[in-house]
Every structure is written in C-alpha cells, then in structure tokens.
Design a protein around this ligand. Structure first.
Ligand code: GLN
Length: 485
C-alpha cells in the first residue's frame, strides 16, 4: 500500500501525522502517471507540481486538501499550462488565467499534477474521441473496454489509484457515466453551485463543474471548498455554501426514494437489475421509503433527441470563437471566411463538425421553431415531470448505466429504449439543474458498475447524506484498481 492509495481525508491524516510529505506524494503520483498505460494524460505538470510541493510551507491541520495531488480535465483553463480540450483546434493554447475551481484548490494548496484528456471539447461519451485517441479503462488490462466520457482521463487516473480526486465537467452525464464504468464516486452539483469561470463552455444551460473521488465524504468535503458565488461567473449562485460534511452521517429514516419504473424496465442486464433490487433492500432496512413512480415513456424517449438538439445548438454558438484567428491555428486565406474555413476544417474532428452542422441547422431561422425551440419547450416538460416526482420524494435512485463499460467496437441500436432511455436518462439532472451523484454498487465480470442518486436543486447536503448511507453498507469505499488487487 502507498499513501496515494488512500482517500483524501485519510491521506490528510497521514500528512498531519507527518507519515508522508506532499513532495513524496507528488513524486509518486508523477511516477505512476509516467508508468500508466491508459492514455489519460494531456500534459504532465511535473515541474509545476514539484515546485508547489517543495514550497508548500507548514502543514495546515484544518485544511483537508493541503498537499493533496489531483488531476484536472483539460477543458479547465490553467494559467501558463497548456489547455486544449483535447482538440487540435486548441493545440498549443496557454491560458492566462486559472478557472475559478482550480484557483480555489490552489489557494488551499492542493497540488495539480496533470491535465488529463477527454472526448474532444467534452462532446462525447466513450473516452475514445479526443485528439489522443482512446483512453482505456484500468479495469480491463487488455484495453478493449472503454472508460466512458467525456471525462475519461479524470476517471481513469482516479480509478488507477494515481490521484485521490480529479476535476471533471458534466453536460449530460460526463462525470456520472465514467464514474459508473470506473467504480468511482462521480458528483455534479446543482447548476450554479460551482463557478464555471474558466471551463470551456459546451452547453452553458446544462454544464456543471464537478469531480471524481473514491468516497462520498471526500466529495462532500470538496464541495465546501469549491462551491460559491463568483463575480466572474454571473450564473453562479449566491446561496450560502454549507459545510456538506456536517450532516453526512445523519440517519436516513423516513427519506423518500423514487425509482422511475420505465427506466429500470428498459434495462436487460440481470446482474445490474438484481444488484439494484438488493440495494433497494439496504435502503429499506435503513428506514427509507421506496416509491416506484412512472414517467410517460414517450417523454422519456425524447430525452436524448432533446439533449442532442439543445447541446449541439448551444455548442455551435459557444464555439464560434474557435475560428483560427481569435483562437486556434492560423491557416492562410485571403479573407476572414477563407482563413476560418481552413482552420475549422483542419482543427476539428468529423464528429465535432457533425455536431456543429446539427447545431447550425437547428438554429437556422427557418428551422428554429421546429428544432431548437421545440427542444427547449420539451426540456421544460421533462423538468416539470421530474420536479413533480421530487416534490414528494427526496431523491431519484436508478442504475447509472444499463451496462458495465462496453467494448470500443460496440454497436448499439440507438433507437432501442435501452439506449434512448436507460443509457441517457441522466441528462435529466442537467435539464433541471439538479445535483446528482454516482456511487459504485457492484461488479460483473471484474468490471464495476454504479448507481445514481439525483436530488432537489441545492439540496446537496441531503443527497450526499443519502449516498453515504448506501456507501457505508457496501464494500466499495475507496475502490480503485490497486485496492482491488
Ligand atoms: N455523452 C454526452 C455527449 O456526448 C454528454 C457529454 C457531457 O456530459 N459533456 O454529449
């Protein structure tokens, strides 16, 4: 065992007891990153991290992230450190400021050791479409199974036991899905709870900054540090930040947990379904009430198309600045249009261009009513239904994914309910701006899978409490490939 294999809070104890130093931790994390073969790293912050660890000063006993190494998804801006969103379009771009979430962690003397990879510009779900190619799932040494995305690098380095936490972003499920495939805690807060200043926008009406940890308590502790209003992000909430650890061990007696029947029924994997039923029993034994609720199946079938139109439209508009002049590689051209066309043709992969075409098409004046506005209206319909469920229930509880990590060459029928509904329903939390967390809940053929809890807006404290109650009853606290060996 190495100290790096511990959760943040356990590692903090070791640091306080002077059993290990930040410099030793950083050196070991860098060493592990160099030996890692999962293709997770965009930029190794070796020099920067060693410098921070060397000059860190006296131990801060009441600061749980002091000296803790972590990784940053490469769509968060980092001052003087290359940040490209895993797109050739931004190769060589070096931001002049830090994203607020990064800045807050640096102020608390946590130490970033790497910028880690993602699906290009966070638009993807496999972890195979970044400019570095596939990121592998550490649970499958044969490198055939996906990590899931878009926060693939972040999930991979936490599941590998290289760092105890990593930052990610979540527009549809980009933290919570790879968390399921990697046996991790993956958390996205309410919309506006954590500042997104410095996070490359994908779909601002859905985007959330969040992170991967190996325990729910770590996730709660981090939220108290990184949440809060930010003058630089006018969408950040001014609701007071709580101490999210204070209530984490409260009994969950009389809590109401909703299970959406149609989503569970569209899952065919028996191991996942059986384990889901077992977990419901755990909650019942803890005194929680389980309520099976219904949602219109046709409405559920519109989740993914609605997400797709919304996200492609917003992404098209928000990435218009990547034109090869303001940002990106410069290509010759006698006019602005020609230079931009050359840069965007060469700078983006086919998938990104496809999304921008769908986005532009949906936003065209003659199509707007039928596509963009219709999707926006439908989003509200979905949000109304979800909020109705949450009026009488504290959380919604469901398997995070209908499968364990799929092989890269997997072909799925995208018109089947299993894909349309069970594989993509987690966008509900983004549509409604709700806090949502995936926690590891089982294994099938040595691959982990997780379940997801979604709570009411700004009720992070209760959500984390309900998640921790389950974590306490399962053998998956601090799960990583190393702890499993
Ligand atoms: N997989 C979804 C997509 O491809 C979600 C991405 C995300 O949450 N960033 O758009």
């Amino acid at each position: 065992m190495s100290y790096l294999d511990l959760t943040i809070l356990d590692l903090h104890k070791a640091l306080v007891e002077k059993k290990v130093t930040p410099l030793e931790l950083v050196k070991e994390a860098i060493d592990r990153l160099k030996k890692d073969d999962n293709n997770a790293v965009e930029y190794l912050m070796e020099k920067e991290a060693i410098e921070l660890a060397t000059n860190i000063g006296e131990i801060e006993v009441d600061n749980p992230v002091w000296g803790i190494p972590f990784a940053i998804k490469d769509n968060f801006s980092t001052k003087d450190v290359p940040t490209c969103g895993s797109s050739d379009m931004l190769k060589g771009y070096v931001p002049v400021y830090n994203a607020t979430i990064v800045e807050k962690l640096l102020k608390k003397k946590a130490i970033p050791v790497a910028k880690v990879t993602l699906d290009e510009l966070a638009m993807g779900g496999t972890g195979a479409t970044g400019h570095l190619g596939k990121t592998y799932n550490p649970y499958d040494p044969s490198h055939k199974k996906m990590m899931g995305g878009s926060s693939c690098g972040s999930a991979s380095v936490v599941a590998s036991g290289i760092v105890p936490f990593a930052l990610g972003s979540d527009t549809g499920d980009s933290i919570r899905k790879p968390a399921s495939y990697g046996g991790l805690v993956g958390f996205k807060p309410s919309w506006g709870r954590i500042s997104r200043y410095g996070l490359f926008p994908f779909t601002p009406s859905l985007d959330a900054a969040g992170y991967f940890t190996r325990s729910v308590k770590d996730a709660a502790m981090l939220l108290s540090i990184v949440a809060g209003e930010d003058k630089n992000d006018f969408t950040s909430s001014n609701k007071p930040v709580e101490n999210y650890v204070d209530n984490i061990d409260k009994p969950i007696k009389n809590i109401s947990i909703a299970v959406i029947k149609e989503i569970v029924e569209s899952i065919s994997n028996e191991t996942i379904i059986n384990q889901f039923k077992e977990t419901l029993k755990i909650y019942q034994n803890l005194g929680a009430k389980i309520n099976y609720v219904s949602m219109d199946k046709h409405l559920l079938q519109t989740l993914f198309p609605t997400y797709y139109i919304m996200s492609c439209s917003e992404a098209t508009s928000n990435n218009a600045n990547l034109d090869g002049i303001k940002f990106g590689p410069y290509f010759d051209g006698t006019t602005y249009i020609e230079a931009m066309k050359n840069a965007r043709t060469k700078g983006f992969s086919e998938r990104i261009k496809r999304r921008f075409i769908i986005g532009s098409y949906s936003l065209m004046k003659e199509n707007q009513n039928e596509l963009f506005l219709r999707a926006a209206k439908n989003r509200h319909k979905i949000v109304d239904e979800v909020n109705k469920i949450l009026k009488t229930n504290d959380v919604i509880f469901l398997p995070a994914s209908p499968t364990t990590a799929a092989p890269f060459d997997n072909k799925v029928d995208q018109l089947k309910d299993e894909y349309l509904i069970a594989d993509n329903y987690m966008v509900i939390a983004n549509f409604a701006g709700l806090p949502s967390i995936t926690i590891p809940c089982g294994f099938e053929n040595d691959l982990p899978f997780g379940f997801n809890l979604t709570g009411r807006a700004f009720e992070e404290s209760k959500l984390l409490n309900i998640a921790k109650a389950l974590e306490d009853k399962l053998p998956y606290y601090n799960l990583s490939v190393r702890s499993k060996k």
